[in-house]
Write a protein that binds this ligand. Structure first.
Ligand code: SAM
Length: 248
């Protein structure tokens, strides 16, 4: 849904979304941000590039530690917030699509966090993300992805929707197409004035092993797979993973 003042070119993250993206708490809390920045700083061995850099939630604190950070981002509205953050003024941002956009330079690390590989809604497009990451890496460089494990174990036969929040004022559910691996996240918000809002965002889920194959197509191989930023072991019960592939 496009609100007045939103630029359609900003995709699913226009001004009306960007304005609240940095609200305190949740994904913006230091408990979430700091462990991610710790791992990225540790893996960086020279300039790094964030695909879908957003408002610089991760990129700005990483740059503030002295790591040279560049970013690619589709939404001008999201990217406009980066420069005003501590560390953000040093980040060079290119507006474009991470499946195709090239920036100058060779990087030690390309990273794509917060489930954003799922925002690319075709398998071919996701392969292009891996190819584009590899094209920006020097030999031995690393590509890191943070993404959830597809939630299909919660989907009994005959059902295609999985609720993730059900409260009086807000209902959220994902709806899956297990043939195409496309899914939508659906958010129904009903404030006290009764004027409801429905927001549906399209995604494509991707399996860890499928990503290993995408990496191989792009000339990379798996180096690490952790269950989270704490580098804990990835197991059959893990609900997300942080995976790192190395360019051969
Ligand atoms: C969930 S936000 C994550 C932003 C940031 N990486 C973070 O961790 O806060 C997803 C971002 O991906 C951007 N995005 C979605 N598809 C993209 C694409 N194909 N190329 C570049 N950016 C994209 C959106 O505009 C949005 O800013």
């Amino acid at each position: 849904m496009i609100n007045a003042g939103d630029d359609p070119a900003d995709g699913w993250f226009p001004e009306s979304v960007a304005v609240g993206y940095d609200d305190p708490g949740g994904a913006n809390s230091s408990e979430v941000v700091t462990p991610a920045v710790d791992v990225l700083e540790d893996l960086a061995d020279g300039p790094v590039l964030e695909f879908a850099v957003g408002t610089g939630r991760i990129a700005a604190p990483l740059a503030a530690r002295g790591v040279p950070v560049s970013g690619i981002e589709l939404s001008q509205a999201m990217a406009a917030r980066i420069a005003s953050k501590p560390g953000g003024d040093s980040i060079e941002v290119t507006i474009g699509d991470m499946t195709t956009t090239r920036v100058d330079g060779q990087f030690s690390l390309v990273y794509l966090v917060f489930n954003t590989i799922n925002n690319v809604t075709t398998q071919d497009g996701q392969v292009d993300v891996f190819r584009n990451a590899a094209a920006h890496l020097r030999p031995g460089g690393l590509f890191l992805v943070e993404v959830g494990v597809p939630n299909l174990r919660r989907l009994p036969p005959g059902q295609d929707a999985v609720p993730f929040v059900v409260t009086p004022g807000y209902v959220g559910f994902d709806q899956y197409d297990v043939v195409t691996q496309e899914f939508t996240s659906n958010h129904v918000t009903v404030p006290p004035d009764g004027k409801g809002r429905f927001r549906r965002i399209p995604f494509r889920y991707v399996w860890p092993a499928e990503m290993d194959l995408m990496a191989r197509i792009a000339g990379m191989s798996l180096k690490h797979r952790w269950a989270g930023w704490d580098r804990s072991e990835f197991t059959a019960e893990s609900t997300k993973h942080v995976s790192v592939w190395e360019k051969r």
